[in-house]
Write a protein that binds this ligand. Sequence first.
Ligand code: HEC
Length: 155
Amino acid sequence: MNTWKNKAFIALTLYGIALGATVVAAAGPKEPVKTAPVKPEPGSPGDTLTPVDARMAYLVYKLLDKDGKIIGADLKRGAKSFYQNCRPCHGEDGMRINFNPGGQPEYIGIRARKDLPTFWYQMNFGDEDRKMEAYIDEIPVDEMRDIAAYAQTLP
Ligand code: HEC
């Protein structure tokens, strides 16, 4: 399969979600429906992606190789940052929280390998219902890349 095309496809899908959200928001009682804007280059001045879409697009465009692994990370820094930020709840080896209590145990490492976009989303934006914090305003994006790469090495 052509990876570049896959990434472009995912990015376009994300963009479609962003557009959908814009149209839904615009369709509220006060605002008339707006026409969809033309897609700008990611990071260009005209880029109006939401923070969520911009962060997810960054992952897809810049950080993932064709096997869904993070590229260009500093694993040592990732280990240190994981230790500082994530260990208190997830444990040093990431095995304190089991995400699949009903069946075969699944820890943060497995999740990071199997489904990095979800991992990335959860780390950036958290999950209020499950008491997982959002780190987008706490940890610089390069350091998050390192944490994600390190998490992929955990059990
Ligand atoms: C204050 C405690 C706490 C800290 C600190 C914390 N987490 Fe979490 N995290 C949680 C809880 C609680 C959940 C949800 C557990 C559940 O649903 O069983 C969670 C869920 C997650 C998930 C969702 C996994 C999935 O597939 O559903 C990811 C990914 C995650 N955390 C990553 C991180 C990373 C990376 C860090 C460090 C930057 C971190 N967490 C720091 C408590 C924490």
